[in-house]
Design a protein around this ligand. Structure first.
Ligand code: CP
Ligand code: NVA
Length: 324
């Protein structure tokens, strides 16, 4: 399995990971296989020094717990080094251009991870960097989270193909990455948001194009009950994302009917998973009872950030994939 994954990922070195459009179905499967393998090896206490001597620069212009810690630990456990570069404490926060920052960092590090607001900033960074750029969350996408989420669903359900994931809430970065990734792994995807909070039309269209190729369903609407009916996984996220704090009170009112609670979970398939990227506002987008119920996999999702990102880091930055 590992060898097949390594072969599928041979063209991956140096590639940026800004969203799911840069991945083929085969490459995504291979990344997930690699992630599962790295998780097993960690459990057995086997060293995995595939990034010895390599450094990852991590630019953070928004807060983070999981992304920062999982990338930092991932680099350490792969034998490399991670540098935390807070936006405010670096020259990028004082107006040094993205292009100059990209070129300077590329002279030092072997990969750059960035968490920021506008997605086009990450695209600009990638255009000017000569090392791979990984999107650690923008206003539009959160691919690293969804990579870990797919690993989590596969672990719990055995396979991904044919399953239905339903996302209820804001048509935000999480909704976008789920819409992009689901068809790539043969999953049906449904998204229910309040009116005016839909995912971007271009991303819905793109998901429909992918889905048509693999004969899966993409449904985007407003009724959470329709979205969740018979779903294998029910996903939600905060109602006000980072940068939307001023809208929090309005959003609480608008999103109230979209709360994932025990009643809503009853509409899903028997044994359906509850998923959330975290952090959560217990009692807002989801009740504490649902987060703490046996079907909730939120902490597995958080753990899998470590394994899935290790796979991504190895695939984009390691010289040793051929010898896997
Ligand atoms: N899910 C996620 O990205 O968490 P952090 O904001 O803590 O990194
Ligand atoms: N949608 C959330 C996700 C946090 C991991 C945000 O962007 O703040």
């Amino acid at each position: 399995m590992e060898t097949a994954a390594a072969i599928a990922l041979q063209g991956f070195k140096g590639r940026h990971m800004l969203d799911f459009t840069s991945l083929s179905r085969k490459e995504l499967q291979a990344l997930l296989a690699l992630a599962a393998d790295l998780k097993e090896r960690r459990k057995r206490g086997e060293p995995t020094p595939y990034l010895q001597g390599k450094s990852l620069g991590m630019i953070f212009e928004k807060a983070s717990t999981r992304t920062r810690v999982s990338f930092e630990v991932a680099m350490f456990e792969l034998g490399g080094h991670a540098l935390f570069l807070s936006g405010g404490a670096t020259q990028i926060g004082r107006g040094e251009t993205v292009a100059d920052t990209a070129q300077v960092l590329s002279r030092y590090v072997h990969g750059i991870m960035i968490r920021t607001f506008a997605h086009d900033k990450v695209e600009e960074l990638a255009r000017h960097a000569t090392v791979p750029v990984i999107n650690g969350l923008t206003d539009d996408h959160h691919p690293c989270q969804v990579l870990a989420d797919l690993q989590t669903i596969a672990e719990r359900k055995g396979a991904l193909k044919g399953l239905t994931i339903s996302y209820v809430g804001d048509g935000n970065n999480m909704a976008h990455s789920i819409l992009q990734a689901a068809p790539l792994v043969g999953m049906n995807v449904r998204v229910a948001t309040p009116e005016g909070y839909e995912p971007k039309e271009a991303i819905i269209e793109q998901a429909r194009v992918f889905a048509k190729q693999v004969n899966t369903e993409v449904w985007v609407g407003h009724d959470p009950a329709v979205a969740v009916a018979g779903a294998d996984a029910v996903y939600t996220d905060v109602w006000a994302s980072m940068g939307q704090e001023a809208e929090a009170e309005t959003r609480k009112r608008v999103f109230a009917p979209y709360q994932v609670n025990a009643e809503m979970m009853k509409l899903a398939a028997k044994g359906a998973l509850f998923m959330h990227c975290l952090p959560t506002h217990r009692g807002e987008e989801v009740t504490a009872a649902v987060i703490d119920a046996p079907g909730s996999v939120v902490f597995d999702q958080a753990e899998n950030r470590l394994h899935a990102q290790k796979a991504l880091l190895v695939a984009t930055m390691s010289d040793q994939l051929r010898e896997w």
